[in-house]
Design a protein around this ligand. Sequence first.
Ligand code: GLU
Length: 277
Amino acid sequence: MKLRARKATAAIASVLTLSLAATACGSDDGDSGSGGDKIVIGIKFDQPGVGLKTKDGKYTGFDVDVATYVAKELGYDAKDIEWKQTPSAQRETMLANGDVEFITASYSITDKRKEKVDFAGPYFLAHQDLLIRNDETGITKAEDLNSKKLCSVTGSTSAQNVKDELAPKADLQTLGGYSECLTGLENKSVDALTTDDAILAGYASQPEHQGKFKLAGLKLSDENYGIGVKKGNSDLKGKINKALEKMKSDGSWEKFVQANFSKANYKYEPAPAIDAS
Ligand code: GLU
């Protein structure tokens, strides 16, 4: 008995040593010599107020603020974050491949996506809406789109909702990112751009678009934004949920929404309850 126990202890000890060594090796990967560990986080690069890479290479927006807060709670300083662009259609694959640790990119929690990824949150509630030209009078409800040219993004809930229920007969064009739809809206090759109101408000308020576009204000869906993690990574999901709770209770959530949405005149919803399951 005794000998067995000792053997077992020795075996456990050697496993521990091995896994510690593996962890140490792992932490060197991708570290470009700054001394600290890096974390790769997925965001959008073209959504002002939500996730934006500016011309001078800075990262701004509500998702960036949320992700920076969460990363800090996970032990990473802002300087240790590497931001990676995660277009709507590539989010599930990029998580599955381990290209990013987590994704904070106007990423709606849906049952279909939950088959492939896990979500922490929700941390925000948006609604699908339409961005139309200021002088547009022919679009006042979703069904009006059935005879219109519409632009949205591949792999988004926005495009899916149009096809499934909102306006199945609409002439829908899907591009890689919402900002790519703006030129078409301006030069009248499309009549409306559809996605979440939080994103559309950001475009409408950009200096170069002032006076050109307006939101229809239709609240066509509920979009609960979650933070996507690799399927099965319940440890990370749990840690992120804890960070999100803290972000709400210490006033940071309110600070972030105000900083990013008030200038766009966007009336955001109260913070949704986090799903602890
Ligand atoms: N929230 C919606 C979605 O996750 C639209 C915005 C986006 O494509 O990121 O599909």
